[in-house]
Design a protein around this ligand. Structure first.
Ligand SMILES: Nc1ncnc2c1ncn2[C@@H]1O[C@H](COP(=O)(O)OP(=O)(O)OP(=O)(O)O)[C@@H](O)[C@H]1O
Ligand SMILES: [Mg+2]
Length: 359
């Protein structure tokens, strides 16, 4: 098992800077996720940890060992590539044994190990099947078994579930977590799927344009995003521009001053700001609400999703607000076109700096 320490890592490809000044410490045995939109530098970072790329600047350490320019075969990392990268004309067993044979492990030991990991990913029955004759989900598990077979110190998974259907993806998430807990391997998981990140990780690093925006537990990232990019990328949210003047936070879009729980942090006072409030934090009623930050609107769209009901409310001047409520029975849904009263509870509002361009 290893901790991974990245300090001040930059990676350039010609004049493209894929990763900028990244500092990151991943603890031993941790399930750590890189989350971010396409092209933000997730794969590049993973490849620098595996040794397929060397950083342009900065250091990669496993525990206290400097690994920055150590070749991949000497790092003892197991990697699952986005496209599986299996050998299609070999059998399941041959694929899984590949890394072990490269390491010149004894034949009987190879056989034993292959059986063990195929048992772990529940593929014993397919041991002699050619890989090209497996389903996508089964191939995915072969790739995972191949990475696990070498008993890696660090498991690196690059969007391993992206080609699976929703149900299989769900099953595989549970399977990966079970394996990670069984083996206790330090695991770095790359995804652009925020639900996957929130539900699987001990901690998450959110990337945008080659920079790490925030590192934290799923609840920290969701409940206290550091800026508007993170707030919007993780889950649904309502974001509005606000201006801080004379100790007041004025929101032109909502046509009112916004009351928040705490005085605005000094460091935020001369920045471009937004407020973020999650749809499930907004209170909605067809009767009067008393309290702070009360406004009015009209129900535009009601979307029923089973457990939850998503309602889009039109406020004045074409400004919209998303509200999510639990499904509390067929007579409780709001009807489209109805006038409603809304409240943004002060303790649920986050004031964040805006790093995105103003709309
Ligand atoms: N070998 C390369 N040569 C030149 N540019 C590259 C190379 N690899 C990646 N890049 C660029 O570096 C940036 C980061 O790429 P990277 O593959 O790390 O993104 P990613 O976050 O994994 O995206 P995705 O979610 O689409 O897989 C992109 O702008 C990409 O075009
Ligand atoms: Mg990628």
């Amino acid at each position: 098992m290893s901790a991974v320490n990245l300090s001040n890592i930059t990676k350039k490809f010609g004049n493209v800077t894929a990763v900028k000044e990244l500092d990151l410490k991943i603890e031993e045995g941790e399930f750590f996720t890189f989350l971010g939109p396409s092209g933000c530098g997730k794969t590049t970072t993973l490849r620098m940890i595996a040794g397929f790329y060397y950083p342009t600047a900065g250091k990669v350490k496993f525990n206290d060992r400097d690994m920055t320019t150590v070749p991949p075969e000497k790092r003892n990392t197991g990697m699952v590539f986005q496209n599986y990268a299996l050998f299609p004309h070999m059998t399941v067993a041959e694929n899984v044994a590949f890394g072990l044979k490269v390491r010149k492990l004894e034949r009987s030991k190879v056989k034993e190990k292959v059986k063990e990991v195929l048992g772990k990913v529940r593929l014993e029955k397919f041991i002699d099947r050619q890989v090209s004759q497996l389903s996508g989900g089964q191939q995915q598990r072969v790739a995972l078994a191949r990475a696990l077979a070498i008993e890696p110190d660090i498991l690196l998974l690059d969007e391993p579930l992206s080609n699976l259907d929703a149900r299989l993806r769900d099953e595989m998430r549970t399977e990966i977590l079970r394996l990670q807990r069984d083996y206790g391997i330090t695991t770095i998981y790359v995804t652009h799927d925020q639900v996957e990140a929130l539900s699987m990780s001990d901690r998450i690093a959110v990337f945008n344009e080659g920079r790490c925006q925030q590192i934290g537990t799923p609840t920290e990232i969701y409940n206290d995003p550091v800026n508007d990019f993170v707030a919007e990328f993780i889950g649904e949210t309502n974001l509005y521009n606000v201006a801080y003047e004379n100790n007041r936070l004025h929101c032109a879009d909502l046509g009112m001053d916004i009351q928040v729980e705490e005085p605005l942090d000094e460091r935020l006072r001369n920045q471009e700001l937004k407020i973020s409030i999650r749809p499930e934090a907004v209170k909605v009623s067809d009767e009067e609400i008393t309290g702070l930050n009360v406004l009015r609107g009209k129900v535009k769209i009601v979307q029923f999703t089973g457990a939850a009901v998503h309602t889009l409310i039109e406020l004045s001047k074409g400004v919209q607000l998303k509200v999510t409520t639990l499904n509390e029975g067929p007579f409780t849904y709001l009807q489209e076109g109805v006038e409603v009263v809304l409240q943004l509870p002060p303790e649920k509002i986050r004031v964040v700096p805006s790093i995105r361009e103003r709309a």
